[in-house]
Write a protein that binds this ligand. Structure first.
Ligand code: LMR
Length: 329
């Protein structure tokens, strides 16, 4: 055999090996709509690092942040069609799939604190909710926190009357729609990727979100006031295409499950810190005035927004009353 034939033979064998090695690595496209520098963005990267390490690179996680691949609703369609394998949509994005029980998370003032919230997400209710996704071809892997939400506008929002007539951006959630109506605002459903522009052009006047989203989407550049209302919760369901997951070899599933458990601890550990830091950055920008409510202002806002609980028809009202005040009401 001549030298060039030998070389061609070796190169071809090398190519075949590379192709095989490539073919053998399982690619998971993980798409999300938040910035990289947010609790979700950082947790997705952390999951990638752990998943690739535990599977010894048999799995490659491609993270696509910031609506790079798909926007809000499109990403859900893409997951169900298998165009991407993993997402971490906010819990508010799950009810439009037809699993309306997920709207419980959108009810204003439903969770007093993280202890209340984690009682749900880490308990049987969280598991039951995830099991309802399966008929939609979706597997629930984990709940990740972002934060409690705040309200912003170009005018100070201190009392229910201040919201009257304002067009407020919301996610596509019937409960958040009712919540905005309860203070006389007009809810406008807008994709997350479009919020900055919608505020800039005046398509909407204000919005609600976690401070980390507020800051990383540069909303502070187009909103003069941010009121610390903590009126509702923003968290995520990390989900996978069920058919894809079911076909994975058992050892890979185990490795990914372990990586997800650790990434979830990480996500929930950093969420508060990330939001505290974002608040400091908003203040330091000098562009948005941060408003702290008095106890009386908080109580008045809560009273107005709680009327949305009576108008919703998803969760029995007696249960909601019990949840909010036990034997006291
Ligand atoms: C939103 O649409 O406001 C949120 O779902 C964004 C996010 O953090 O995913």
């Amino acid at each position: 055999m001549k030298l060039h034939q030998l070389l061609i033979g070796l190169i071809t064998a090398g190519l075949v090996l590379t192709v095989q090695a490539k073919d053998q690595s399982i690619v998971i496209k993980f798409s999300h709509i938040a910035a990289e520098d947010t609790p979700k963005g950082k947790a997705a990267e952390h999951f990638k690092k752990l998943a690739e390490k535990y599977t010894k690179n048999k799995v490659k996680i491609e993270v696509y942040p910031n609506s790079k691949l798909f926007k809000d609703k499109d990403e859900m369609d893409a997951l169900q069609k298998g165009e991407v394998q993993m997402l971490a949509p906010s819990l508010s994005k799950l009810a439009p799939l037809g699993i309306k029980e997920f709207e419980i998370f959108d009810l204003p003032y439903i969770f007093n604190d993280y202890k209340d919230l984690h009682g749900i997400t880490r308990g049987q209710v969280g598991k039951d909710l995830f099991s309802r996704l399966e008929v939609k071809g979706i597997l629930g892997l984990a709940y990740w926190d972002n934060a409690f939400k705040q309200m912003s506008a170009n005018k100070p929002l201190r009392k229910p009357d201040d919201f009257k007539g304002l067009k407020m951006r919301i996610q596509a959630s019937k409960i958040i729609d009712l919540q905005m109506q309860s203070v006389g605002a007009t809810p406008v459903v807008t994709s997350f990727a479009e919020v900055h522009k919608a505020l800039q052009t005046g398509t909407v006047d204000g919005t609600e979100n976690s401070i980390s989203n507020f800051y990383t989407q540069n909303i502070h550049e187009v909103q003069k006031f941010l009121t610390l209302t903590n009126h509702g919760y923003l968290g995520y369901a990390v989900i996978a295409n069920k058919k894809f997951w079911d076909k994975l070899p058992d050892d890979i599933k185990d490795d990914l499950t372990k990586a997800m458990a650790e990434a979830t601890d990480y996500a929930n550990e950093i969420a508060k810190k990330e939001n505290d830091e974002a608040l400091a950055q908003v203040k330091a920008s000098g562009k948005t005035e941060v408003i702290e409510l008095t106890p009386e202002e908080k109580a008045a806002l809560k009273k107005a927004m709680l009327t949305s609980h009576d108008k919703q028809d998803i969760i029995p009202k007696a249960f909601l009353r019990w949840w909010l005040c036990g034997d006291k009401c």
